[in-house]
Design a protein around this ligand. Structure first.
Ligand code: FAD
Ligand code: NAP
Ligand code: SF4
Length: 678
């Protein structure tokens, strides 16, 4: 196989003595929401089996609590619960007997959303719901026993191993850190005492499962907390859990409350692997690294450098279940790459929406519900517009056997993704376009670029079906002076078609307003492609690894050589509509660059002296050279209306269907679902 020569490290097996992993890529743990869904076990079985067939060496399930206080939503503490898990392990082993599957044991501690949540001390987390109850000696013993019981039941359920999560602000890690462990008994105080609980858990789990069972410990190798773990503590914890029976250690790089992005789009690929590499030199068991490793060549480079023995890919396995097999077969240009947007995965988990999926792959976690079977009767379908909606529709429909012609007015495919990919931090959007370009070839889609379609053309070509994916047109607010030369639509600003002055007002603080502010306040290399720049921007010291890995001083961010006002009419603070798990990073970055956020604006007029407005009722003139308009969008349905007038039926998708609150997640999801039944 090509993969073995192109990715020799990825495709070399890993011997663990009693068992063997067939390659070095594992699917990392993710809570998908299926754990609590109707038919959840059936759906999880299908979800994991599809990834097993896709070539991954090992799978770690989403977190399952060892008891009700663990507060994850799904627990494993009884034989009846273990019996349900058999569906998962049997499906995975049937898909490929060589693939290993481990259950992650997650006790959320003070982050559990249950009123009787527990912790070493009654310290409420900034992001927790309840103040936890301080565990007494008997309570601690019970928790340890519950971990051991859960692991033994996992073995009974057919799992090949368990992963115990000792990081992220969950129970085990709160024993380790001084600010969450205020105890003075043998479970707190000195480092040896603070380490006792996780080490005891590991010992007792090992006793419960025996020697021939994979036992992974997830360690906070860099927790990004002011006052977090020092490097020598990380090393001594690693050694202690090794001695307690771990046969793999997996590095984790955050607490959920740490103010540093560790997996979002603006994090460079494999940025944190160097930390695993340093820890690997101190320990003897195989080590897993993770975070922003989304393509096989990145995994290969990490392994070849000696930074890790195994690479964990979690979200990339939502984006493409066949990632590993495609690498193996030399089809890496067909990989649907995770763009680290978090929009359909972590934003759903943390935003209260139960079910996870993927922006670029709506089938993720819907394997039993959304399928793309071969069409009974292949038809000739015209798709007009090659933005995300049109591309998704064309790809799914052609994959099902329809003859698809894809028309695009522009010189290239992509629609608004051609704007998004130019924003520093959104470089990964290029991968989605590469994927679709390849799919157009694979499925023999007849692509007509630089071809603006009108109703007469479509009538003449007499397709069986017409899909209108023509997207949107930017909204142009009715405002005195909107034609003034200093007014620039966001499309022209992003494409650099018009000069942008030193003093700028941005009208509209939605996703695009924020992106434009990022673009024009940015200087130099994007932190998303340069680990040193990223580290400087977020105050991380990879080299010296101070406590928590963070310097504690205000991070250095490239100063914007501009005065920028980011404005909206709503009275609330701008940025509420941004992603749940990423919005804070954008707000923080712009604040550090000195971008002025202005809410409660009533725009009055634009003239030579600038933008005149009322701000919370007070008149104010913003003396700016440029006004960039990011005031939302309207659907572009002209073609649909013309066809309707000719009596030709057509189907609207994406922005053409509905522009309000449209994003690529909705556009791709809607188009894929429609194409699945075409
Ligand atoms: P479009 O992308 O607008 O595509 C429509 C296509 O139709 C265009 O290529 C157009 O040329 C073509 N077309 C129009 N009329 C015709 C015709 N008559 N004949 C032939 N072709 C025609 N979304 C997210 O989810 N996450 C993000 O992080 C994100 N960031 C963004 C950043 C920026 C700067 C911008 C501008 C948008 C961003 N979006 C993001 C929004 C996302 O890009 C859109 O929601 C998505 O592109 C909508 O897809 P669509 O296919 O409906 O429309
Ligand atoms: P948007 O999020 O709806 O924001 C439009 C902005 O314009 C708002 O600030 C709105 O706030 C303002 N506005 C609306 N009508 C106006 C008018 N007549 N005059 C002046 N201001 C007006 O839309 P967008 O920024 O254009 O983004 C389009 C879509 O792309 C969004 O749905 C977004 O989800 C998606 N996107 C997502 C991301 C991401 O990172 N996830 C990034 C970019 C884009 P006020 O009404 O309060 O002024
Ligand atoms: Fe990756 Fe975005 Fe899909 Fe999540 S939603 S898996 S971050 S592409």
């Amino acid at each position: 196989m090509i993969g073995q020569t192109r990715y020799p490290h990825v495709f070399s097996p890993l011997e663990l003595g009693f068992t063997r992993l067939k390659n070095r890529i594992l699917m990392g743990s993710m809570h998908t929401g299926l754990e609590e869904a109707d038919n959840g076990f059936e759906r999880m079985a299908a979800f994991f089996a599809e990834r097993a067939r896709g070539g991954v060496g090992m799978i770690i399930t989403g977190g399952i609590a060892p008891n009700a206080q663990g507060g994850v939503g799904s627990k494993l503490s009884t034989p009846a619960e273990a019996a349900q898990h058999r569906q998962i392990t049997e499906a995975v082993h049937a898909a490929d007997p060589e693939v290993k599957i481990c259950l992650q044991i997650l006790h959320s501690g003070p982050l559990a959303r249950v009123p009787d949540c527990v912790a070493p001390s009654a310290v409420k987390s900034r992001i927790g719901t309840y103040r936890p109850i301080e565990l007494d000696e008997a309570g601690i013993e019970q928790q340890i026993a519950d971990f051991a019981n859960c692991a033994a039941l996992a073995r009974d359920a057919g799992y090949d191993g368990v992963e115990v999560i000792g990081s992220a602000g969950y129970l085990l890690s709160t024993f380790l850190v001084q600010k969450t462990n205020l105890r003075t008994d043998r479970w707190g105080g000195s480092w040896e005492n603070r380490m006792r609980f996780p080490v005891e858990v590991m010992k007792r789990v090992r006793e419960a499962v025996g020697p021939d069972f994979i036992l992974i410990f997830r360690i906070s190798a860099m927790d990004m907390l002011d006052g977090g773990l020092a490097w020598d503590e990380v090393v001594s914890l690693g050694k202690a859990v090794e001695a307690a029976g771990a046969n793999i250690i997996s590095t984790h790089f955050c607490w959920h409350e740490s103010p540093v992005p560790t997996i979002a789009t603006m994090v460079p690929r494999a940025a944190f692997a160097q930390v695993t590499g340093r820890l690997r030199k101190e320990l003897t068991v195989p080590m897993i690294t993770s975070n922003r490793i989304n393509m096989p060549e990145v995994a290969e480079a990490v392994l070849a450098r000696g930074d890790a023995d195994l690479v964990s890919m979690a979200r990339p396995m939502l984006a493409d279940p066949d990632l590993v097999i495609k690498a193996m077969q030399g089809r890496e240009d067909e990989i649907n790459t995770c763009i680290a947007c978090n929009q359909a995965c972590l934003d759903h988990t943390f935003g209260g929406r139960k079910q996870v999926s993927c922006l670029v792959n709506p089938r993720a976690c819907n394997e039993t519900l959304l399928t793309y079977p071969q069409a009974d009767q292949p038809r000739r379908i015209a798709v007009v517009g090659a933005g995300p909606a049109g591309l998704a529709y064309a790809t799914v429909a052609a994959g099902r056997g329809h003859a698809v012609t894809l028309f695009e007015a522009g010189a290239d495919i992509g629609g608004q993704f051609n704007l998004a990919r130019r924003i520093p931090g959104k470089e990964e959007f290029n991968e989605t376009l590469r994927y679709y370009r390849r799919m157009i070839d694979v499925h023999a889609i007849d692509l007509r670029l630089s071809c603006r379609v009108d109703a007469a053309m479509l009538r003449e070509m007499a397709f069986d079906e017409v899909i209108i994916a023509t997207g949107i047109e930017p909204r142009r607010p009715e405002l005195n002076g909107i034609d003034h030369p200093k007014v620039v639509p966001y499309v022209d600003a992003i494409l650099g078609r018009k000069p942008i002055g030193k003093r700028v007002a941005i009208m509209g603080a939605g996703g695009i307003g924020f992106d434009v502010a990022e673009l024009i306040s940015h200087e130099g290399v994007s932190g998303a492609v340069d680990i040193e720049v990223f580290a400087r921007e977020w105050g991380i010291d990879f080299k010296n690894h101070p406590r928590g890995g963070v310097t504690g001083v205000e991070p250095m961010v490239a100063a914007a050589d501009r005065t920028i006002y980011l404005m909206q009419r709503k009275p609330e603070a701008p940025g509420r509509s941004l992603g749940r798990t990423t919005g804070w990073t954008h707000r923080m970055t712009l604040a550090r660059r000195g971008v002025n956020m202005v809410s409660g604006v009533e725009y009055l007029k634009i003239d030579d002296s600038g933008l005149h407005a009322l701000v919370n009722g007070e008149p104010r003139t913003f003396e700016v050279d440029t006004v960039i308009v990011c005031a939302g969008q309207n659907p572009l349905r002209k073609l649909h209306d013309e066809l309707t007038a000719l009596g030709i039926a057509s189907t609207l998708v994406g922005g053409a269907f509905e522009a309000t609150e449209l994003d690529a997640k909705r556009a791709i999801d809607q188009a894929s679902r429609l194409a699945a039944i075409a």
